[in-house]
Ligand binder design. Structure first.
Ligand SMILES: Nc1ncnc2c1ncn2[C@@H]1O[C@H](COP(=O)(O)OP(=O)(O)OP(=O)(O)O)[C@@H](O)[C@H]1O
Ligand SMILES: [Mg+2]
Length: 374
């Protein structure tokens, strides 16, 4: 008796094992069939909707031909002109709608942010700040004032001066004070990364700026885009020229009281195409020079704000020793001095730390120059 019970038990174990295996195989088969069906499906055509008439619509195919086609039931009243849709190949019936991908692609390529730089983070740039407030901040905040007085504020300004003097900071600070979207593009990247796409990208960027307004488009290294070209022989140069032309036409295309402002920045004002500086385009040039003594003092104070320092640190000494330093150099001096203290297990930074870092940064500059000039 005992033996037969055991056999039955074993049988049912074997059976359930087989059933399980069977189930798995069936599922696999189903999945493979589904995959196979995918390969057999005909591709859908991406078209643009031109017009909708109830359950029919006019679409434009990628080859430029227009057709009037049926709209599948679930899409009636859900599509409109300029939508991208998918059409079945033979009848061209619209079967699906694509989410807008247009603006999405630009957003992947540029930096968009809401900066939090305050005017107080900028040292020694009072004149520049005043001018930017007048030509960028005021028109964005109080456009009615300009309408009343009847003048057009500039559409864009050009910041020029040596590297590390606070041009990017100024642009970010005004974006922050006007709570504007800050869209940053770099001239050289526009040329290198987007070969053949530069002009389209410029168009999309301005479109995006309008949608996200108020916004500030910041173009760093504008010289890479707008250098005066004497001969445009190679296709690369023609491409840059096309991007630049598109850029000019976008600037001409919006009104000075629209909520988009452009700030461009360059270290090489000497090589810019004069077309850029024509009235109605960048008609305000603001120089951002290397900081003089008083300005250096301000910049030191800003970067020392949170540092814990020994009493022997004399600001006037640091200011005296940093003739020719940019704001970025001064920041580097402070950081470096902090490191020297940490290296010696101190939490207080001494005057000697600062002096050593000034020497080091002076040395760096000297090395760079000697590499450049032989
Ligand atoms: N006037 C300034 N006040 C305070 N900090 C400054 C100033 N100028 C420069 N700095 C410091 O140097 C850094 C670099 O400055 P910024 O990026 O604005 O220079 P830039 O003029 O745009 O240089 P580039 O021409 O190389 O782009 C800033 O993040 C800031 O820490
Ligand atoms: Mg910069």
């Amino acid at each position: 008796m005992e033996g037969s019970i055991n056999i039955e038990k074993e049988d049912s174990v074997v059976n359930s094992g087989l059933e399980k295996e069977n189930r798995v195989l069936k599922e696999t088969l189903l999945n493979l069939r589904k995959e196979l069906n995918k390969f057999n499906e005909r591709p859908l055509v991406v078209c643009e909707v031109k017009n909708v008439f109830g359950d029919r619509a006019m679409i434009k195919l990628p080859n430029g031909n227009n057709f009037v086609v049926n709209v599948s039931k679930n899409l009636i009243n859900k599509i409109s002109a300029s939508d991208l849709v998918l059409s079945e190949q033979r009848s061209l019936t619209i079967v699906d709608r694509l989410e807008k991908i247009k603006t999405h692609s630009v957003e992947n390529f540029i930096i968009i942010e809401k900066p939090s730089i305050k005017w107080g983070d900028l040292g020694g740039l009072e004149d520049q700040i005043m001018e930017i407030k007048e030509v960028i901040e005021l028109p964005l905040k109080k456009p009615e004032l300009f309408k009343e007085v009847g003048i057009d504020p500039p559409k864009g300004i050009l910041l020029y001066g040596p590297s590390g003097t606070g041009k990017t900071l100024l642009a970010k600070a005004v974006a922050s004070s006007t709570n504007a979207t800050f869209i940053e593009i770099v001239g050289s990247e526009l040329n290198q990364k987007f070969i053949g796409e530069g002009a389209k990208l410029v168009k999309d960027i301005f479109q995006l700026a309008k949608e996200k307004g108020p916004s500030i488009i910041f173009i760093d290294e504008i010289d890479a885009l707008a250098a005066e070209r004497l001969d445009i022989g190679t296709s690369g140069e023609r491409e840059v020229q096309r991007t630049f032309m598109q850029f000019l036409s976008e600037i001409d295309g919006f009104k000075s009281l629209d909520n988009v402002k452009i700030i461009a920045s360059t270290n090489r004002i000497d090589i810019l195409d004069p077309a850029l500086l024509r009235p109605g385009r960048f008609d305000r040039l603001i120089e951002v020079p290397l900081p003089k003594a008083e300005a250096r003092e301000d910049i030191f104070k800003i970067h020392m704000r949170d540092m814990s320092m020994d009493e022997d640190v004399k600001l006037h000494r640091l200011v005296k020793d940093t003739e020719g330093f940019s704001g970025a150099d001064i920041k580097a001096v402070c950081t470096e001095a902090g490191y020297l203290a940490i290296r010696e297990n101190r939490v207080k930074v001494y005057l000697s730390d600062f002096l050593k870092s000034i020497e080091k940064i002076n040395g760096n500059d000297f090395e760079e120059n000697s590499i450049m000039f032989g």
